[in-house]
Design a protein around this ligand. Structure first.
Ligand SMILES: Cc1ncc(COP(=O)(O)O)c(C=O)c1O
Length: 407
């Protein structure tokens, strides 16, 4: 087994060396986006210096090598999530793009008036709004799995939400606002007993936890490159071929066609059927470098290291008077959300920033969660593999300083 060398990992991320507001940067906003290792930055430079060209189009040399590199990413994603076939990997712009694709295309094929879609009370807006838009269009109904005060889904209530009109379940693997790791195996097995497919939003999962789509038997799984050390503008939609083949495309344009005439257009095979227009080639190619980086460190090493760091940070934060951690599920990953009695989260975020400490404050694109907890928002510290106990100590000291000023 490979060993996890935090000093080496940190040295791989050039941005971590910079100062912010005259203080060494403590970057704890990884749930929003991660920093990039030198190997990914090098891959971006390599792409534009040596191979920039459009993909899937030209006969010329550069187009061929960029097409090959783009397809290497597809292969690496397939292996990374253990998909059965490369054609089940659709390269998108990100998680939001992937969920909209499924809502529209699966919706066109399988959802009609009066049908029901199950989501959960802890979804990111990206896994609420596309389904609401579909409901407005089709007259279908959104049903919501409730969660308790610790941020855990009510699985008994979930089992009772199914009816013969249920057409899809779409839930998050890990909550971006609470850190809850949902019991996705059980969610999938209950849905499959009703012959209902499941989409997992793995935007906060794949960079922290080993994901095996065949073992999970999940029907769709989506994630974003930029949250897993790759550039922005690229993401993944994994779908079982049987579903993807049965769904019509929703965007028309280049790459997704076989033949076009003014009378009729026939669509391309998978995966290209869902990849209309020139993709973000650079980001697509460099996603492979990010996957290589994660594989080199080892996802199980990353999980073990981050779990220990989360436990350390949770204990330290719990010692501060007046702090209430929001999201205390049994199983959590890398997210520490909290509020402080009588202090607005935004004010804490601003004073932390003055000390070079980057956190996120607000509703984290999950307003229904904040409504349930009756809070305006939280302060969220979210961890990545390059964070250290020293980062946590600096954050705790910075928070204490902020609270001394604000209370
Ligand atoms: C759980 C979850 N789903 C979806 C998204 C949306 O991701 P993107 O903005 O990369 O499309 C995020 C981003 O924070 C997220 O955390």
């Amino acid at each position: 087994m490979k060993t996890f060398d935090i000093h080496k990992v940190r040295a791989d991320f050039p941005l971590l060396k910079r100062e912010v507001n005259g203080k060494p940067l403590v970057y704890l906003d990884n749930g929003a986006t991660t920093q990039k290792p030198q190997s990914v930055i090098d891959a971006i430079i390599h792409y534009y210096s040596d191979m920039n060209s459009n993909v899937h189009r030209g006969v010329h040399y550069l187009s061929q090598i960029s097409t090959d590199a783009f397809e290497v990413t597809r292969r690496k994603v397939k292996d990374f999530i253990n998909a059965a076939e490369e054609v089940e990997v659709i390269i998108t712009k990100g998680t939001t793009d992937s969920i909209n694709l499924v809502a529209q295309c699966y919706g066109k094929a399988f959802i009609g008036e009066g049908d029901e879609i199950i989501i959960s009370a802890m979804e990111h807006h990206s896994n609420i709004v596309p389904w609401q838009m579909l409901c407005d269009e089709k007259g279908c109904v959104l049903k919501v799995i409730p969660m308790d005060e610790r941020g855990m889904l009510d699985m008994e209530a979930y089992a009772k939400l199914f009816s013969d009109r249920t057409k899809i379940v779409s839930v998050t693997y890990v909550s971006n606002a609470l850190g809850t790791i949902n019991p996705v195996e059980e969610i999938i097995s209950v849905a499959h007993k009703h012959d209902v497919p499941v989409l997992l939003d793995a935007a906060q999962a794949v960079q922290h936890i080993a994901v095996d789509v065949q073992k999970l038997d999940v029907d769709f799984l989506v994630f974003s490159g930029h949250k897993m050390y790759a550039p922005t503008g690229v993401g993944v939609l994994y779908g079982k071929a049987k579903w993807l083949n049965a769904m019509p495309p929703y965007q028309g344009g280049g790459d997704m066609i076989k033949d076009v005439s003014f009378e009729k257009t026939t669509y391309n095979e998978l995966p290209f059927k869902f990849e209309a227009g020139t993709p973000n080639i650079e980001a697509g190619i460099c996603l492979a470098a990010a996957i290589d980086y994660i594989n080199e460190i080892g996802i199980d090493n990353i999980k073990a290291y981050e779990d220990e760091l989360l436990a350390y940070a949770t204990a330290k934060l719990g010692e501060i008077e007046g702090v209430r951690i929001v999201g205390t599920a049994d199983k959590k990953s890398s997210v520490l959300s909290f509020v402080v009695d009588g202090v607005h989260p935004y004010d804490i975020g601003v004073i932390l920033d003055k000390q070079g400490i980057a956190v996120r404050t607000g509703h984290h694109c999950a307003q229904p969660i904040m409504d349930q907890f009756e809070i305006p928002g939280t302060v969220r510290a979210s961890l990545a593999m390059y964070n250290t106990k020293e980062d946590v100590d600096a954050f705790i000291a910075g928070l204490e300083r902020a609270l001394n000023m604000l209370r």
